[in-house]
Structure formats: C-alpha cells, structure tokens
Design a protein around this ligand. Structure first.
Ligand SMILES: [Zn+2]
Length: 463
C-alpha cells in the first residue's frame, strides 16, 4: 500500500487514485524572470522522483507543470533590461529547462504557459463572480471574496479571523477591496504592461488563477496529486483551492509539499549572500551528486547543503560506478534482482517516498555485490548488481560508465571536463586533480589550451 503525507489532512494517508492504475499530477512550475536556484532544483528532483516511482510501480502518470510567463517580476525585469516580457520569459524558461535536463528531470506531459490559457482563466473568474465568490471593482479588477467560502484556510490550517489579524499589521492593505484578505483574480491594465481583454476591462490575470484553470482543464475535477514547495502552501495553494471550490469543482485529492534548502546551515537568501544558482553548483560538483544529495534527505525535511555534503554525495555515487566497472571486468552481467530486495525498496518508497531508506537498500546491495565478487559468487553478484541498477535508475539516477565498462558517453566526458574547469576556476585543486585522475582512468587525455580544455579518447594504438 502506497502511503503519502497529505498537507491538508496533516497525516500520512493511503494514496487512493481517482481511477485505478492512473495518476494525475500537477506541480507548480517556475516564474522565469531569473536563473534557477537550488530550491528550484530540489523541487524538480523531488517531484520527478515521485513521478518516476509511480511509473515504476505500474501507474500511468500524467504530469502537468506550468510556466508562469506573465507576472510582476517578469514585467519588472523586462523594464529593467529594456526588453519585453515574452523575451525575458523565453530566455529564462530555456535556462530552467537546460539545468533540469542536466538533473535528468523528465519533461512534463503537459507544460501549459499562462499566457496561452487566458480565456480559461476568464471563464473561471466569470463563474466565481456568478457564484458570488468574487466581485469586480471599477478600474481595479476582480477580487476573490475570501469570507464567502467557509472552507477557506483548510489547507494551511488558518482561519479567516487569524488572517484578518495578521493582515492588519501589513502595510499593503488596499482600501478598494472589501476585506484586506481578499486576493486579485484579475488586475486592471496599467500603462506599459501587457494586457488582455476581459468582461471587466483590459488587464491581466492574478498569479493564483492560472493553476486552478490549467490543472482543472488538463487533469479534470478531483485530480490525484498537487505538489509544490512548502513556501507555496499559503497563500498560493490555499487560493488555488478556493478558486476551484468556489466555481463548483472538486480539486486535488492529495497535497504534497517539499521542504526548503539550507546552505551552510542557513536559509538560502540573496540578502545573506549565500544565494547560489543551480548552474554554479552543477558546474562545480556535477548534477549527479546534487540529485543524490536531494534524495538523501526526506522530501518533507529541510535539506542541508554545503561543499562537504556535495563532495560526499559525489563519492557515494561513484561507489555505484565502481561496482558496475568491476562487475564488467569480472564478466558479471546484471541479472534479475531477488524479490526480497525489490520488496525492501518498494516498502521504503511506499512509506511516503522515503528515499533515504530506499538509498540505504541500494548501498547495502552495493556492499553485498562487492562481497559476492570478492568471494567469486557470480550469481549473487549478478542479482545484487541487478537490484542496484534497477533501483538506482528508478530514482532517476544514472551511472557514469557504460554497463560494459566503457568510458562514458561524450556528454558524460564533457560534463567531467567542465567540472574540472570549474574546480580549477574555484582554485579547488584537490577536486580538479581527482577529476583529472577519473578522466585518465577512463582513457581520456586532456590538454589545457588558451581557448579552453580539449579532450580526446586515447586508443591503445596511440600509446
Ligand atoms: Zn500553482
């Protein structure tokens, strides 16, 4: 039985899909106005792993993740750069995808862009106005009347009275709203901003409405799983629920939220100066140590990240490569894993996607397979290797050597060379030397030239 922690019920509950054998998932995607940071990377890996595990377990999964391509921050960035909103959104969306590809994050089944769904959002807002849950304010836009929906606050476990009390302390109280906790569904046009026509005048949608409109359209009422970072529980996800319920739709059956990333023991923030882009970390340590490190922490916990943790994760991942190369040299190919081994992996993952426990099963199998190779027990080594490979790839991890003991694809070699360059640039000579040795073990010769690092495979007849 698959169990997961549901934020709304504040408990680990049995996963009961809407339709047997199928899972519909919606995960809030990026607002591309800047390059991705480590928190984005963690969230993508967490939900990609959950998706992959559900597929491994036999479900047919439809995975939807949106791109918020119109939003205040995109407009501000376009103004600051003298560019346009579509240009900014396109550029940074491509950058997000580039980094997520490096992390082996699968592309969503559907990736709706907010600006292509304005009509559906207007329909949903219209339904909310008709149902008495929203009201238009002339020249301002349309607001959701939070007090009109008794269920409001059910996800984040807050009452409207508590929200009103905390709203009183805020400075951005807008006199035109009936209540300070009401939120914008449609924002009237301001000079110089992109606008669309609507029954309430030209303007653009608020941020929250797009996710309700696109998830219901693409996945239908009562879809299975809604996910996101735990910083989105309030107000974003609370408001998504309100918009759906207010218009008479059943919304997500289960809510999953992942924890945040701490860098060197502190919450990551631009003001603390420990703000790190995803690209910088992947260039320096490689994408695989980052993916593994994310999975070594349970998705709901805060994740601790620093040079030491990333370095250790890299070494742990290499233990799998070493086993694969060693087995290939010994002429041992992966065989079907034992049912008991698979059952232990499944039990760990079925317990609210406990990836640290699942990785413990894998690394125990690495030890056992090495011991079997030491003892010349080929069948046990082959089954152990089969378990390691099946579970490792089920989590979206990969080996950096071919199963035949080959030296790695050109892309893997280029990645190692890029990491060595980054280590040298960071004056991390120990890491640079380690990577040079790794490349040398793979039969790769590197040459530092004024225009960068060149590499070539050294064949036996060159030597
Ligand atoms: Zn959303």
């Amino acid at each position: 039985m698959l169990r997961l922690h549901d934020t709304a019920r504040r408990a680990v509950v049995e996963f009961v899909p809407r339709e047997p054998g199928r899972v519909s998932m919606y995960v809030c995607g990026p607002t591309p106005y800047d390059v991705p940071h480590l928190g984005h990377g963690r969230k993508e890996i967490v939900f990609d792993t959950i998706r992959r595990y559900l597929v491994w377990r036999g479900f047919e999964v439809t995975y939807v993740s949106n791109v918020t391509d119109i939003e205040d921050k995109i407009i501000a960035r376009a103004v600051a750069e003298g560019s346009s909103e579509p240009e900014i959104a396109r550029r940074y969306e491509a950058e997000f995808r580039r980094q997520f590809d490096r992390l082996n994050v699968l592309a969503p089944t559907h990736e709706p862009h907010a600006t292509e769904w304005i009509g559906e959002m207007i329909s949903l807002i219209g339904a909310l106005v008709s149902a008495g849950h929203a009201y238009a304010v002339e020249d301002q836009g349309v607001y959701f009347a939070v007090g009109s929906l008794p269920a409001y606050g059910g996800l984040s476990h807050r009452t409207v009275a508590e929200l009103l009390e905390s709203a009183g302390a805020r400075v951005d109280v807008d006199e035109r709203k009936r209540s300070p906790v009401d939120f914008a569904l449609w924002k009237a046009a301001k000079p110089g901003e992109p606008t669309w026509d609507s029954p309430w005048g030209p303007g653009r949608p608020g941020w929250h409405i797009e996710c309700s409109a696109m998830s219901l359209q693409l996945l239908g009422d009562g879809f299975d799983i809604h996910g996101g970072g735990d910083d989105l529980v309030f107000p974003h996800h609370e408001n998504e629920i309100a918009q759906a319920l207010g218009a008479g739709h059943d919304f997500a059956r289960h809510w999953l939220h992942n924890g945040m990333v701490n860098v060197d023991g502190e919450k990551m923030s631009k003001s603390l100066g420990n703000f790190t882009t995803l690209e910088a970390v992947l260039d320096r340590f490689g994408p695989r140590p980052f993916r593994l490190l994310v999975l070594q922490t349970h998705y709901r916990r805060q994740m601790e990240l620093g040079d030491k943790e990333l370095g250790d994760a890299g070494k742990a991942a290499e233990r799998v490569d070493t086993l694969v190369r060693r087995a290939a040299r010994a002429g041992v190919a992966a065989a079907a894993p034992t049912p008991a081994g698979i059952e232990r992996f499944r039990a760990a993952m079925d317990d609210d996607f406990d990836t640290p426990a699942a990785l413990a099963v894998i690394f125990e199998a690495v030890r056992d397979a090495n011991a079997a190779l030491d003892a010349g027990e080929e069948d046990a080594a082959a089954a152990g290797l089969g378990l390691v490979e099946e579970c490792w790839t089920a989590l979206g991890l990969w080996t950096e050597t071919g199963a035949d003991g080959s030296d790695g694809s050109d892309a893997e070699i280029a990645e190692l060379v890029a990491r060595r360059d980054a280590a040298r640039a960071a004056k991390d000579w120990a890491e640079a030397d380690r990577l040079r040795d790794d490349l040398s073990d793979r039969g790769i010769a590197i040459e530092d030239t004024p225009t960068g690092t060149a590499w070539r495979r050294v064949r036996a007849d060159d030597e």
